[in-house]
Design a protein around this ligand. Structure first.
Ligand code: SF4
Length: 432
């Protein structure tokens, strides 16, 4: 313990007027000056940099947490065009927000954005808060995002600290402390605050983010053309590949999803995931999750399959299609799709949740648009074929578990990327 402390102090370069981290004011000043000089040449021109609107900065930051800038741009433009301010986002339906988020993944972030927008309406009268602590109190906003919003929008002196910044600081200062430990967080936070240029916190934060994205990247950083080569401990000591140090990798959980793409007279069955799990509130095909890979015969023997049959009527299997593994953070999904035909549900009716949801949707006017109107009409007059709604389900409880929609309307429902990939893959053989 003592040994580590000694080493850590020794690794801070050139202590002059020392403060709590041992970084001199001279070093901090020089660091910021070189960084801003580099930024003046390499700055990326991005639309959210042209604004000081905290709402737009917030949206861009949340989008960029999960996608690269090039892909994020398109989502950002689409999202802010439809939801240009806090009020428009707060008043939208969750389904619509999810639809605009579709493809980005990490759907809990979209739900948090929506909840936070409502919260801003209630607590701040729709005006984005200006105080760092208020910003930090919004759902889904962590220290990094709060610092980014407050420094970019209000020039408040808060330093951003994310994986990029950890990497840069660990390399330049030669910090061998595992970057994912609680002590490291405290230590790196203190360093980041001391290095921050308090006069230009907006430019400084943008600069260090760009530096991590363009220059000091995780693999093969551009050391030969770096403005810090003479001050970078990792470069001097040939430790670039080994810094930052990681304590341990988070365990990856494997999940085995067996989907049932049940077709019935041009309609399909969908299920809305309401459980507290991945993809909450997105739609998917009926699913049976198994603890490991399972053959169709093994699935047929499961009580969950018998339950499905009870709800949908007898099913005929048309084909089984294993799809490539689907990677999420800390999870690998092994998906298999069974394409089935219902011998009992044809033609299908729209009942239960679908009708209720669609009626509400049509009343509030969300993006489900045509589907909502059709569904609402169906709820009022009968099934999607315009016939009186027959009690098609073998088990009435099915009405609350599944919805039946015309197959070509699936694009109107927010679905996980995995379902999208399956539909894209089978598009040639499905009547979409
Ligand atoms: S010299 Fe290399 S490792 Fe050091 S800051 Fe520059 S790019 Fe990063």
């Amino acid at each position: 313990m003592k040994k580590g402390k000694k080493k850590q102090q020794k690794e801070i370069p050139e202590p002059g007027t020392e403060n709590r981290t041992g970084i001199s004011r001279e070093f901090a000043g020089e660091f910021a000056a070189r960084l801003l000089e580099w930024y003046a040449v390499h700055k990326r021109n991005l639309p959210w940099r042209e604004t000081t609107d905290p709402y737009r900065i917030w949206i861009s930051e949340i989008i960029l947490q999960q996608t690269r800038v090039a892909q994020g741009l398109e989502y950002y433009n689409r999202f802010t065009e439809r939801f240009p301010d806090v009020a428009s986002l707060a008043h939208a339906s969750e389904d619509e927000v999810m639809n605009y988020w579709q493809g980005l993944g990490y759907y809990s972030r979209a739900r948090n954005l929506h909840a936070a927008a409502k919260n801003i309406m209630e607590r701040f009268g729709g005006v984005f808060p200006t105080d760092y602590r208020d910003v930090l109190s919004l759902k889904g906003v962590g220290e990094y995002t709060a610092a980014a919003i407050c420094s970019f929008a209000y020039r408040a002196p808060y330093a951003v600290l994310d994986g990029n910044v950890y990497r840069i600081l660990a390399r330049i200062l030669g910090i061998g402390m595992p970057a994912d430990s609680p002590q490291a967080k405290k230590y790196f936070t203190a360093i980041a605050e001391e290095l921050l240029d308090k006069n230009f916190p907006d430019d400084y934060n943008q600069a260090i983010m760009d530096f991590g994205a363009i220059q000091c990247v995780p693999q093969s950083p551009r050391c030969p053309v770096c403005p810090f080569t003479d001050r970078c401990a990792a470069f001097r000591e040939n430790r670039v590949e080994s810094l930052p140090v990681k304590k341990g990798k988070t365990a990856v959980k494997e999940r085995f999803f067996n989907y049932f793409h049940i077709r019935c007279g041009g309609n399909i069955l969908l299920h809305k995931r309401t459980e507290k799990d991945i993809w909450q509130n997105l739609y998917e095909f009926p699913l049976i999750e198994t603890p490991g890979p399972a053959t169709f015969a093994e699935i047929e023997a499961l009580p969950e399959y018998r339950e499905l049959i009870r709800e949908t009527g007898r099913l005929k299997r048309l084909r089984t299609l294993p799809m490539p593994d689907h990677l999420l953070s800390h999870r690998i999904i092994h998906p298999v799709f069974h394409e089935m035909e219902s011998l009992r549900l044809s033609p299908c009716s729209m009942q239960g949740e679908a009708a209720a949801t669609a009626t509400t949707t049509a009343a509030t006017g969300n993006v489900l648009g045509e589907a909502a109107a059709t569904a609402a009409a169906t709820a009022a007059t009968g099934n999607v074929l315009g016939e009186p709604t027959p009690p098609e389900y073998a088990n009435p409880s099915a009405a609350t578990k599944y919805i039946v929609i015309p197959e070509n309307k699936i694009k109107d429902y927010p679905v996980p990327r995995l379902i999208e990939s399956y539909l894209e893959y089978t598009v040639g053989t499905l009547p979409l």
